[in-house]
Design a protein around this ligand. Sequence first.
Ligand code: GDD
Ligand code: MN
Length: 372
Amino acid sequence: MLLSIIVPTFNEMENVGRVSNVVRESMEGIDYELIFIDDSSDDTPIELEQLASQDNCIRYEHRVNERGLGTAVVRGFQLALGDVIAVMDADLQHPASMLPAMLEQVDHGAEVVIASRFIPGGSDGGLSLNRKIISGVARYLSRILLHRIRPIKDPTSGFFMFRREVIDTVELRPIGWKILIEVLARGKSDKVVEVPYDFHARSAGESKMSLREQWNYMKHLFILMKDSPIDLRLYSFLAVGLSGVVVNLAAYMLFVRIGIPILISGFLSALVALFSNFLLNDKITWRDVHISRWHLRATKYFLVSVGGIIFDIGVLDMLFRVFHLNYLFANVAGIIVASVWNFLLNNLWTWNNNKKSSMIRSFDDRSSRESI
Ligand code: GDD
Ligand code: MN
């Protein structure tokens, strides 16, 4: 089994020789190739040329018209010949001595192995306080927004390894730095393992992290979310619900204007809104799970909504009459309970036709991932 180690470099002339040595020492007895993808403007390519001429495990590509950590790593994936691919920084902040232990996890069935700063035994001593805070917020955001990242403690690690099959059939389009997030969100992996490590201080040169990269990270998260129907579902459902209020009011005004009695107008406009909500949820919120037939989905949606109204009124009545809460507050509480009911039941029943729901599926793949 061949391991390809991808190392992106930008102005790391003092480090490339050192990192090659550490890798060579650590990898004794293991079949590997070390591939540098270099965008430097200093003498790093000269160093790399020399290293590659002395050691046939080492290759490099110097890019002139392109820059960027994410695209450099993806380029490395394309050049890699290994069955297993690792990504590591050049500045010795990622201890190459961990590679054999990570490879062992792959041997034991892991599809992705992450060297993690945030599980017991790991540390992020190599970051300034400022960077620690930003990095913490960045990590939590990705875990909140993307269900595939949720169980991972260090999704922004720059040091990881995976089986080639994980990315074989997907197109990676990372924006900015966090290529691991791209691999986790788009790649096909169920078994992700984290192993602890100490993030050392940089050996030489300086970090290239910048405000711009933090902005790119936000864009990256947003795009990954946009491409993931499961992660968008709740937001989409809420937006459709709001649109229903507008539709309801517009229809109501129209019916009243053409002379339909107020109560009947109210009833009819509620039906119109219900139907437009169904159509939008069908086309957007649950677009990826059309298992049953259209009229069946519509009927179920209607029944769920009737249940929602009963819940709504029930909660309102209880809070207002029994607990003497403010009448507006009681109605808001009723709406919230009804929305939760509607979302869960539509997700489980209307669109998934008693098949395992995508909510459950996402819990499943959470529990089949493990952290050690
Ligand atoms: N080819 C290429 N092009 N390489 C780049 C570029 C680029 O535009 N920008 C940075 N690099 C290389 C650096 O030369 C280094 O080898 C590696 O990418 C990481 O850059 P650093 O500037 O050292 O980043 P850091 O130490 O602040 O953060 C790193 O470690 C964190 C913890 O694992 C990154 O890997 C982070 O993504 C990671 O969270
Ligand atoms: Mn670094």
